[in-house]
Design a protein around this ligand. Structure first.
Ligand code: PLP
Length: 499
């Protein structure tokens, strides 16, 4: 079977269209703007095209295909009700320039999301505009920067980041023009308060950190860390990628943070990671609210002159620009479809979001225990080097293959590739950087005990494969082991036409 990618763009007869009813001959398009040659896109028939895309879809692996324990990415099931709601015509077919009175429903959804996210994180104001966690980081750091500029504290040029941080944290701060100060973590991956004390000062703008940390370990000393940074006049930024561990149980606001981003596509379900657009709203404490990018949805009680769209409408919703906004970071209102899907997800849980987080933590702890038990039974120990007492591991956990690499030449990458041959998406590898030969597993709350048990069993089978087999893996996938360096350095995105 040949595929669209192999079509050479020749002017074939793949399709037929009726002659246009209105002649296009005298449209008076300047000849400089018309094509001299036909575009060289593949000319194939509809069935050939349908086959092409169906074929492509079978070569992919997603959360709908199998277990996807990609640490830090929160690959939970995306409930289909989200899609149904996002595709309602009154939601999907509106235009961002429509007047407020025609889009009261969508504005109400946005408003509720702002409120809900603010409450969950213990923040006072929320903007839904950023479309990724990383963009949320940059946006919040810019708000913090404006805050200091307005106070004349221009000497605050440094952002403190622990060495366990996600790479986007230092990248976002550096993009905003800050100098990055990296502090080492303790042996067990937790924050080192003496290292923090040693670097804070009147040049500190902010500290960026996530809790639970990227090792999935809760930082019990986070309030102390916040107090240290605040005493030096700095701001605390919460990387909300690990929000799935703490919703309804605690909040960044309670921990002492001033600003936070949410990864709606992680915590509040959304096809992501090449599967769809993300959304990275930010929340801030009141002193940062005037700098948020707008517009933001506000509401006021109904007045007699309002043109009501719903009979029992209690509030009038409208857009508003924050007073000293840093400006827009995204066109229109961000990825509004992603916001609506996450709203549908949250509405399904309501006040029960806490149970969601409890189950995410329970699943991670269960799987960690199960893998440890099965591995030890079969003679493999030393996988767990996070040194963490079991009760502080939250929604994900790390393993280290350093000992196995030394002993048998099998590293985290080899195990990950071996898992592909068992029909699983590989967990995250080599992150966080502070764990040698790291593998990071996040099962999420949407997996059953049966799935976790089977994964643990298959995982231990992989641990006992021959090094040679694993170095060769995967053998069952559409694409075998790729040369990542080559793929990154020599990325080919152009259509392969014959010249
Ligand atoms: C995913 C993630 C980010 C970045 O979020 P994106 O939405 O991918 O831009 C930041 N920090 C951590 C810990 C993450 O897991």
């Amino acid at each position: 079977m040949s595929h669209l990618f192999e079509h050479n763009g020749a002017d074939g007869k793949g399709y037929s269209q009726p002659e246009p009813i209105i002649s296009t001959d005298n449209l008076q398009i300047p000849s400089s703007l018309t094509r001299k040659n036909l575009p060289r896109w593949p000319r194939i028939s509809e069935p050939e095209m349908v086959r092409h895309y169906t074929w492509l879809s079978t070569r992919n692996f997603g959360i709908d295909t199998g277990f996807y324990p990609l640490g830090s990415c929160t690959m939970k099931h995306n409930p289909r009700i989200n899609e149904v709601i996002a595709q309602l015509p009154g939601i999907a077919d509106i235009h961002p320039l429509q007047p407020d009175h025609q889009i009261q429903g969508t504005l109400a959804i946005f408003h509720e999301m702002q409120e809900m996210l603010g409450i969950c994180a213990g923040m006072d104001a929320v903007t839904l505009q950023p479309v990724a966690g990383a963009q949320g980081e940059f946006t919040a750091i810019r708000c913090i920067q404006e805050y200091f500029r307005s106070r004349g504290e221009l000497q605050r040029t440094k952002v403190i980041v622990p060495d366990s941080a996600h790479g986007t944290n230092p990248a976002s701060a550096a993009m905003a023009g800050f100098e990055i100060v990296e502090i080492p973590s303790q042996e067990d991956g937790r924050i080192d308060l003496s290292a923090l004390r040693a670097v804070v000062g009147d040049d500190t703008a902010a500290m960026m950190i996530t809790n639970p940390s990227t090792l999935g370990v809760f930082e019990p000393e986070i309030a102390e860390a916040a107090a240290i940074v605040h005493a030096a006049g700095g701001q605390m930024y919460y990387d909300g990628a690990n929000f799935n561990a703490i919703l309804g149980l605690t909040s960044p606001g309670l921990m002492g943070f001033d600003a936070v981003h949410y990864n709606l596509h992680k915590t509040f379900s959304q096809p992501h990671g090449g599967g769809g657009p993300g959304s990275g709203p930010i929340g801030v404490k009141s002193h940062l609210a005037e700098y948020l990018p707008g517009p933001i949805v506000k509401r006021r009680p109904i007045l007699s002159e309002d043109r009501l769209t719903a009979v029992n409408q209690e509030w009038w919703y409208h857009w508003q620009q924050p007073a000293n906004s840093i400006g827009k970071v995204q066109q229109w209102h961000g990825n509004s479809g992603a916001v609506v899907r996450s709203w549908a997800f949250y509405r399904r849980y309501g006040k029960d979001l806490k149970t969601m987080s409890e189950h995410a933590v329970l699943n991670a702890n269960y799987l960690r225990h199960k893998i440890m038990e099965e591995a030890e039974k079969s003679g493999v120990s030393h996988l767990f080097n996070d040194g963490a007492p079991a009760d502080v591991v939250k929604h994900e956990f790390t393993l280290s293959f350093a000992a196995m690499k030394e002993e048998k030449g099998i590293g985290a990458m080899d195990i990950a590739k071996g898992l592909l041959d068992k029909g699983y998406m590989a967990p995250t590898v080599y992150f966080p950087l502070i764990v040698p030969e790291c593998m990071m597993i996040e099962p999420t709350e949407t997996e059953s005990k049966e799935v976790l048990d089977e994964f643990a069993e298959k995982f231990v089978e992989v641990l006992h494969e021959d090094a040679e087999v694993l170095h060769n893996a995967p053998v069952t996938t559409n694409v075998r082991r790729v040369d990542e360096v080559y793929a990154a350095r020599n990325l080919t995105l152009a259509y392969p036409f014959d010249e």
